[in-house]
Write a protein that binds this ligand. Structure first.
Ligand code: VG1
Ligand code: CO
Length: 542
């Protein structure tokens, strides 16, 4: 039986950088999740009888919302829903299932690297039939609909046991519970030379992978320990927990500090990696060396041909605007296109679909390729392993040789989290107003060459996205970028991205913060960070 339920709109269901993210109690308000799910369906057309893929990162409230999505998909006329067993699907695995089974689309439940639990974060995101996050024209339509919605449709389907693999009927629709790992692990096996990777581990190569109690645990143990023969215990914190063990499942130097410390210690393994809540990010640390995500993107692109999937070379490289220019130099050397997009994976979809880019990446620990339409943490780890297996050099040797060839882009991101939203907006407004007057002026001994607010013109569909981050470019190619986060759930987060290019190999061994000190001072001088936020220093430095 299908019910039509009257509802009233909520005014805060605007999807951010990656779907709608709010605190769990916000999602638990009567009709809140239902309104958003119905708004997604109302913004789409042509899904009658088609397949919808559903899964999440296992965080608190995942199962409840999966139940709602199934019941509402049935009432809205989908033909079938495919759900990861236990409600689990990593973001890249969901993207793969959508593509492999030619689904109409998918709903991914995650707030990614944000903490989980009854008072923490939850999120809902729609991915289209190409497996990628809905483009802005769809997210805009969802938001518009959410402000007008008056009713939603839901079927009475009773209890469905999503822990048992198999197919059941619900509300006149088929529900298939699938192994969340198998198809994804098979995909990885088709992209990489698993035999070569097995030999690497057989040779005594030691790795540590930290799943941070989030979704990659079952994927990583299957791939690294079972299929590739890595030593038992290689994967740590591999059991997904609804509250991620009380931690932030954010693989950065703050929240994965234990991994960093281990990799800097005397008994460090050869290679360390971690992923985030929903499995799309990656942290890469070699023995004694942290690899910045921007450098990792450049390195993966420069060496991708070691893996069978990329032996034919790359069509192009794409990076988000705040990501460092390290990848640009690789693209230049390879003679392929380099595309600069706004922050968020949804902007890579068109380039990948059009075959213009093969590898994409973001400074926020996201790298991926045309194999799916999301960033993919384990994919990045496997490509790194492939490079290590082929070159038989340490991470540190590979990185320093890369810098010697291309130069080094010193890079850091300073986050000011949970800043008063009005103060953060005032800072950005003030910056925008003075942009035109900045070129030619001198700040902290640095001369400003250009200053603008990044607007993206999508080369495939011609769409334009404005106000995607304020860039201040200094003479010599150094730059500072300011933008406000679109994934936070309380207050505002100011992100300041700082970059300096250093061609001289004799100067590649500096401490990053020291190498960027004058730019950091200039950023405060230009934007008045301390004055606006009242903060003396960033909350997170990556
Ligand atoms: C952040 C990152 C961005 C990333 C997004 C989603 O967005 O900066 O690069 O694509 O998170 O990643 P923002 O708007 O907060 O800067 V995930 O792993 O949270 O889905
Ligand atoms: Co994520």
């Amino acid at each position: 039986m299908t019910r039509t339920v009257s509802t009233t709109p909520f005014d805060d269901q605007k999807p951010g950088t990656s779907g709608l993210r709010k605190k769990v109690p916000v999602f638990q308000q009567p009709n809140y999740a239902e309104n958003f799910i119905q708004s997604i369906f109302d913004a789409l057309s042509g899904f009658g009888g088609r397949l919808l893929v559903v899964g999440g990162d296992g965080r608190y409230y995942n199962r409840e919302v999966i139940g709602k999505v199934i019941a509402m998909a049935a009432a809205n006329g989908f033909g079938k829903v495919m759900v990861g067993q236990g409600g689990i699907l990593s973001t890249p695995a969901a993207s793969h299932l959508i593509r492999k089974y030619k689904a109409f689309g998918g709903i991914i439940l995650s707030a990614s690297h944000n903490p989980g639990g009854p008072r923490q974060d939850f999120g809902i995101k729609y991915n289209a039939g190409n497996g990628g996050p809905a483009p802005e024209k769809i997210t805009d339509a969802i938001y518009a609909r959410s402000k007008e919605i008056r009713e939603y449709r839901i079927a009475e389907i009773g209890e469905i046991d999503i822990d048992i693999i198999g197919t059941v009927e619900a509300g006149g629709m088929e529900v298939e519970i699938v192994d969340p790992v198998r198809d994804y692990a098979d995909l990885m096996e088709s992209l990489f030379d698993f035999e070569a990777l097995r030999k690497l581990f057989e040779s005594g190569f030691r790795m540590r992978f930290d799943a941070m109690h989030a979704v990659t645990g079952p994927y990583a143990t299957e791939i690294f320990e079972r299929r590739l023969g890595a030593a038992p215990g290689t994967c740590r914190n591999f059991r997904p927990l609804p509250d991620f063990g009380g931690h932030h499942p954010d693989p950065n130097l703050v929240h994965a500090k234990h991994l960093y410390d281990e990799m800097m210690g005397p008994d460090a393994p050869d290679f360390g990696a971690a992923s985030d809540g929903d499995g799309d990010r990656n942290l890469i640390i070699g023995k004694g060396i942290f690899v910045t995500p921007s450098d990792s993107l450049a390195l993966l692109a420069a060496n991708a041909t070691v893996a069978p999937a990329y032996t034919g070379g790359l069509a192009g490289i794409a990076r988000s605007m705040p990501t460092s220019g390290a990848a640009d130099r690789v693209a230049q050397k390879l003679g392929v296109g380099l595309y600069e997009t706004p922050t968020g994976w949804k902007f890579f979809g068109n380039l990948l679909d059009a075959g213009m880019a093969t590898i994409c990446g973001e400074e926020s620990a996201g790298t991926g390729s045309s194999h799916v339409r999301e960033k993919d943490g384990l994919w990045a780890v496997l490509l790194w392993l492939s490079i290590l297996a082929a070159r038989r050099e340490s991470v540190s040797e590979i990185v320093t040789k890369h810098w010697a060839t291309y130069g080094r882009n010193y890079y850091s991101r300073h986050d000011y989290e949970e800043v008063d939203a009005a103060a953060a907006n005032a800072l950005m407004e003030e910056l925008r107003e003075k942009l035109a007057s900045l070129p030619g002026t001198q700040v902290c001994g640095l001369k400003i060459e250009t200053a603008d607010d990044f607007a993206y013109h999508d080369p495939v569909d011609g769409s334009v996205s404005v106000q995607q981050g304020i860039r201040i470019l200094f003479e010599g190619g150094s730059r500072v970028v300011f933008r406000l986060s679109g994934t936070g759930t309380s207050g505002a987060t100011l992100r300041v991205y700082i970059e300096r290019y250093e061609p001289d190999a004799a100067r590649h061994g500096l401490d990053t913060q020291a190498a960027l000190a004058d730019l950091i001072a200039a950023a405060d001088e230009i934007a008045g960070i301390r004055r606006h936020t009242g903060r003396e220093r960033p909350s997170v430095i990556t």
